[in-house]
Structures are given as structure tokens and as C-alpha cells.
Design a protein around this ligand. Sequence first.
Ligand SMILES: Cc1ncc(COP(=O)(O)O)c(C=O)c1O
Length: 385
Amino acid sequence: MTIEASIAAADPLVRPEIAGLPDYNAGLALDRFRAIYGLDARAKLDSNENPLGPSPDAIAAIRTAAASVARYPDAANTALRAAIAAATGVEAEQVIIGNGSEDLIGAVFRTVLRPGDRVVTLCPSFGLHEFGALACGATVEKVPFGADWRFPLAALRTALARSARVLILSSPSNPAGPAIAADELRDLLAATPGDTLVIFDEAYLEYVAPEARVDALPLLAGAGRPWITLRTFSKAYGLAGLRVGYGISADPDLIRAVMKSRNPFGVNALAGTAALAAFADTAHLAKVTALARTERARVAASLAAKGYPVAPSQANFLFFDTGRAAVELAEDLRRRGVLIKAWQEEPFRNWARITMGTAVENDVFIDALPELDLSYADPRGSRCT
Ligand SMILES: Cc1ncc(COP(=O)(O)O)c(C=O)c1O
């Protein structure tokens, strides 16, 4: 059904902006996979989760906190904000905690977007960067990455030359994986109008190789325009099921306004205390990120050896051209117990994203993957919708 047809067929109660949204293309939970396919997953590589799980200290903190769940949690998230502020060199009032960073993406959009506003983002990109803005009645301009997978600065500059309420992008960029360089970020910020809010999503920050890492906070702070950076405990900290993310901004007034747009008790007591313990366990974080870096180099080489074009990644995933409708490959692999994410955004429907699991899981994926048909040529060239 087209978006226009689905809007026409929708319940008249539902706002057209919501009726027109596609269903979110979420990964498949393990129990749902088992129920549908009648087998256990051998490699769950579709949701950028952390195969080593959280710090044992986080699990211990959850056990302790379970005794107190009759009480509401601290709506101000005081302890976690203080810890993040101390580690990042900002004040606690410049930090906000959310029910996952996706909660904060929605809350920031609700805080600033008026119907008809323009939002500029990348293509391909994390779906909620687009859907959250559309849900607020904004129009979204998606600027495509070029074939070299460098951030498309010239095209972004052109898109930003007309007024935009928000520029939102992730670095490392989901689903492709490249991380923006310091001079690229500086250029982009210089080209951004002074009244455009920059939402800089760093969900995969911890996976960037040390030599490629950019400390975005001083660059954002020095650019003299409004900004908020978003980070998460779902990926490198291994707490995806608990739902904790955070944001940092120079502007405490913006943080206060976004706090009014989220649910006051959205960060539950177990999540808040587990995130605090996970944040302190830097040794566990180092183990997790080292594994992802080693595996992304190894799996990228295996994909290339089988003939698949692969985007350069600084994250815990790889994006590759499957050479056919990616949903078909994903379905074939599911029947062999391997879950990957088939991308469903034009013109990337032949591309899939695979999360770096353990070496064993990644080998299961590589063994299950056929060689690419050598007659295949990338048909990309159509515009992002
Ligand atoms: C770029 C990006 N931002 C935000 C999120 C949301 O993460 P969470 O809500 O689990 O913190 C994700 C999740 O995949 C993501 O890829």
C-alpha cells in the first residue's frame, strides 16, 4: 500500500502524520524468532547488540535494586547525570537521561519541531531520525552518502543553505558505519545556520578506533549554534533491554525543555542503577570494544573475499551490498539460524547490516553466506526518498 493509500484507509481519529509512517523495521527478539522459525538462533546479528553483555557489576546492581522497586525512581536521575557530567567535563544540568536514546530523539523533536519545519539528515540513516521528525509534521530532506561513504559535506551544505530547524546525523553512521573526521565536523558546523539545532547521535561512539576518534563536545560547543549529542547504554555497555540513553548540551535551558517532553519516570530504577555501574566498569567496556574492532576487520575481509562490497565501518556493524533484494538473503539466513538486518530504505534495499557478534557467531554467518554472483553490478543511482 502506498503512504497516500494508507493515510486514506486510516482511522479518522489518527493524525495523518502518524497514519503515514511505515511500521518500524525492528530486529526480531529471540523468543519470537524461535516461535516463527522453530529453531534456536545460532547468530543474532540484526540489532547491534553487544555479544558479551553488560558488566557483571551492572547485573549485581540490578539484583540489589530489585529490592526497592516499590518506590518510584529519582525522576531527576541525579546520580547518573552526575557521573556522566564528571566523566565528560560538563555540569549535571547539561545532561539528560532517557528511556533509551530513541526516547530522547523523540523528546528533542517534540520540543523544537513545528508542523512544516524542515529537518535535514543522511541517507541511509537510522529510521527514527526520519520517523520521529515526520511524526511531528516536519518535512525531512535526506542527503545521500556517495559511493565512497564519506560524509556528503557539499550536499549537506546545499541542503542547509535553506532554513532548517534541525540537522540530525549519527557518527559512526548507522547503518553504513563511517565516522565523521574533526575537520569534516568543523566544516559541517560552519555551514549550519545559527538557528538550526544540531542533533549529533553518537550511539556507537565507543567503538571508534582511537586514531579516528573525534571529541565532538568541544567542537559542538565552539561552533556557536544550538546542539545536543545523544549517547546510549544499549550498545557498548550491553544494556539494550533495560533502555537507557543520555544527551549532553551546552544549554541547560534546552535540557530542561527536553525533560518536559519525556516521561518523568521513563528511566526505571533498575535501568538507572545498572547504567551507573556499567559506566564505571571501563575494563569491561575495553574488552567489548576491542572484540568489535577485531571482528569488524576480520568479517569485512571475509565479505570482500566473497565478492561483497562493504562500507568502511567504525561501529560494531558492517553494511554490505547483498547483490539481490536483501530481504531474500535475510530470509535464507534466518532458515539457517542467522539473523541479519535487511535494509528497507530506497535505494539501499539490496544492502544489509550485520552486527559484530562473537567470533563463533560471525563464523556461523560467514559460513552460511554464499559467494556473491560475479555478474552483479550495483544498481544504485536512484535518489533517496
Ligand atoms: C544511531 C542510533 N541512535 C539511537 C539508537 C537508539 O538506541 P537506544 O534507544 O537503544 O538507546 C540506535 C539504535 O539502534 C541507533 O542506531
